[in-house]
Design a binder for this molecule. Structure first.
Ligand code: ZN
Length: 343
C-alpha cells in the first residue's frame, strides 16, 4: 500500500478570487480540488495519514525568515491596518535589494509575485500543513520505509521561490521535500510535470549542483509564468547544466509529452541521483480548465509508468490540476500505473 499524506487543515485556505484580463474571477485553486484528489485515493484503497508537525526548520532550509514571518502574520497586520479580509498587493518593487518594507502594503508587494496568491485567515495554517505532507512523505522514503510516497499537497508549491509567492503557491513543497532528502542522500533530482513551468523550484536551486531540476511544461513564450521556463535556462555558476527545461508547444498531446519525458529521464539517469521528487501537476490534462496541453487519462498512465521504471525511490508531491471531469481519474491512473510498474 502506498504511503500518502493529507491534513484537513489544508482545506482552511480559500483565496476566493484572482485577476484575469483585468477582471475578478473565482480562483480555480479551491478546497474542492483536495476533496476530488482524496476521493481518488479512496478509490485506490489508500487512506492518507495526517502528517506530524515538523516545525519550521525543514521549511527554513528553503524559505527566508522574513518570508515565513510575513506568511504567518500579514493577514492580521493587513486587517489591523484597515485592509479587507484578503491580502492582495497593489504595488511591487523594481527589485528586492532595497530596505525591507515596514508597512503591510509594502510587504505584500515585496513577497507576493502576482494576484493569484491571495492570503486569507487560513492560508498560513494550510500552507504549513501542505508542507508537512511533503516532509512526511520525504521522511518515509528517506528512512527506507517505502520507495514510493505520495503527498497530497494543497495549496501547491512549485511557483513559490525563496521569498516570493505566486501562482496559488506559498511554500515550495517539492523543494522542501528535496532539501529534507538531502539530509540523507547526496544527490536529488526534481522532475516537474505540471502544465506550468516550476519557476520557484528552478529559482531556488539555480546555483546548485546537488539538486538537479527538470520541468516539462507549456511553452512560457505564450503561457504562465511567461518569464521563466525557456530551454536556454540551464543554471548558473556551480549549477550550470543542472537545470533543464522542456517547453512544449501549446496544445501538445501524449506523444509530444512522452517524447520530452524520455529526454528528461535520460538526463536524470546520466545524473544518477539517489532519490527523485516528482512534482506531479495534473493540469496538463486536455480537460483541465487551463487548457494549455492535451494529455489524456491514458497518457498520464504512460507518463507515470515511464517515470516509475527508472526505479528511483520517489516522493510524489501534488502540484496543480484543477476541477474537471477527469481530475480524479487522472490521479487514479497516475498512482496505479506508478505502483504497478514497480511490482
Ligand atoms: Zn500548474
Amino acid at each position: 500500500m502506498m504511503h500518502a499524506y493529507f491534513s484537513p487543515d489544508q482545506l482552511l485556505h480559500h483565496g476566493q478570487s484572482f485577476l484575469v484580463g483585468g477582471e475578478r474571477k473565482p480562483i480555480p485553486e479551491t478546497p474542492e480540488r483536495a476533496d476530488i484528489l482524496n476521493a481518488a485515493l479512496t478509490k485506490l484503497g489508500i487512506s492518507p495519514s495526517r502528517p506530524a508537525d515538523y516545525g519550521l526548520s525543514p521549511i527554513a532550509r528553503v524559505h527566508s525568515p522574513e518570508y515565513l514571518l510575513f506568511l504567518e502574520n500579514i493577514h492580521q497586520e493587513w486587517r489591523a491596518a484597515g485592509g479587507a479580509d484578503i491580502v492582495v498587493p497593489h504595488i511591487h518593487p523594481f527589485d528586492r535589494q532595497g530596505i525591507y518594507p515596514a508597512t503591510p502594503a509594502g510587504k505584500a508587494g515585496f513577497h507576493l509575485g502576482d494576484t493569484s496568491c491571495p492570503i486569507t485567515a487560513g492560508t498560513w495554517q494550510s500552507a504549513r500543513a501542505s508542507a508537512n505532507c511533503a516532509i512526511a512523505a520525504a521522511r518515509d522514503v528517506g528512512a527506507e520505509k517505502t520507495d514510493i510516497a505520495y503527498a497530497l499537497c494543497r495549496p501547491p508549491g512549485h511557483h513559490a521561490s525563496r521569498e516570493i509567492a505566486g501562482g496559488f503557491c506559498y511554500l515550495n513543497n517539492s523543494a522542501i521535500a528535496a532539501m529534507d532528502l538531502r539530509e540523507r542522500f547526496g544527490r536529488v533530482a526534481i522532475l516537474d510535470i505540471d502544465l506550468h513551468h516550476g519557476n520557484g523550484t528552478q529559482h531556488i536551486f539555480y546555483d546548485r549542483d546537488d539538486v538537479l531540476t527538470l520541468s516539462i511544461h507549456a511553452d512560457p513564450a505564450g503561457f504562465y509564468p511567461f518569464y521563466w521556463g525557456h530551454a536556454h535556462e540551464r543554471g548558473n555558476g556551480a549549477g550550470l547544466g543542472y537545470n533543464h527545461n522542456f517547453p512544449l508547444p501549446l496544445g501538445s498531446g501524449d506523444d509530444v509529452f512522452l517524447n520530452a519525458l524520455d529526454r528528461a529521464l535520460e538526463t536524470i539517469q546520466r545524473y544518477a541521483p539517489d532519490v527523485l521528487v516528482l512534482a506531479c501537476g495534473l493540469d496538463a490534462s486536455g480537460d483541465d480548465p487551463f487548457g494549455g496541453l492535451c494529455v489524456s487519462t491514458g497518457g498520464f498512465g504512460k507518463i507515470s509508468r515511464k517515470i516509475s521504471l527508472i526505479g528511483l525511490p520517489t516522493v510524489i508531491v501534488q502540484e496543480g490540476g484543477y476541477v474537471s471531469p477527469t481530475l480524479g481519474d487522472n490521479l487514479v491512473q497516475f498512482l496505479e500505473s506508478f505502483a504497478e510498474a514497480r511490482s
